[in-house]
Design a protein around this ligand. Structure first.
Ligand code: AR6
Length: 174
């Protein structure tokens, strides 16, 4: 059952021992604040070095797309860097772009035989996506994907702040 394949935890994603953790990056792939800053700080320079190689190969990472690197010193094996949308007024394709960020991360995980994947609450910090709406999109996208894909066995939603954790608890009936 799909629901058993979704786990909810509150905490710091850099400490999570999943096959891959997802980073809420920006199009530059060169790091930033929030969870992106935490991942680069804790994972060490190997992550940035691979991000630079990817940039040299393909240019920036567009909003809604995803790329993968080593996880450096982190307990995870890989980091999937995706770029969520900056929330403007909800009329600039924000919902679709957030869906794409989750979906392209899941697809990249599948292509690389990732069995356990941890997501932060993409776009809900510096990018100001309304948290409740973002959680509904994240949960629906993941549930729909898991229903007919089986390489990714488990998805862990890692909520950092109390507000997101409360919203996920409610929506997942955890
Ligand atoms: N572990 C898990 N979640 C975290 C952590 C952590 N260590 N730290 C923060 N969060 P944000 P965005 C949560 O701002 O909104 C960066 O500068 C946080 O509570 O990290 O997608 C990038 O470079 C929030 O719920 O990402 C981009 O420029 C969630 O992570 C920009 O921020 C996302 O908040 C991306 O903005």
């Amino acid at each position: 059952m799909t629901i058993n394949r979704i786990e909810l935890v509150q905490g710091d994603i850099t400490k999570v021992k999943a096959d891959a953790i997802v980073n809420a990056a920006n199009t530059s792939l060169l790091g930033g604040g929030g969870v992106d800053g935490a991942i680069h700080r804790a994972g060490g320079k190997a992550i940035l070095e691979e991000c630079i190689k990817i940039r040299n190969r393909q240019g920036s990472c567009k909003t809604g797309e995803a790329v993968m690197t080593t996880a450096g010193d982190l307990p995870a094996k890989y980091v999937i860097h995706t770029v969520g949308p900056v929330y403007n007024d909800g009329k600039h394709g924000e919902d679709e772009l957030l869906t794409s960020a989750y979906l392209n991360s899941l697809k990249l995980a599948t292509e690389n035989h990732v069995t356990t994947l941890a997501f932060p609450n993409i776009s809900t910090g510096i990018y100001h996506f309304p948290k409740e709406k973002a959680a509904a999109i994240a949960i629906k996208t993941v549930k729909d994907y898991l229903a007919d894909h089986f390489i990714v066995r488990q998805v862990i939603f890692v909520c950092f702040d109390d507000e997101n954790y409360g919203i996920y608890k409610k929506l997942l009936k955890y």
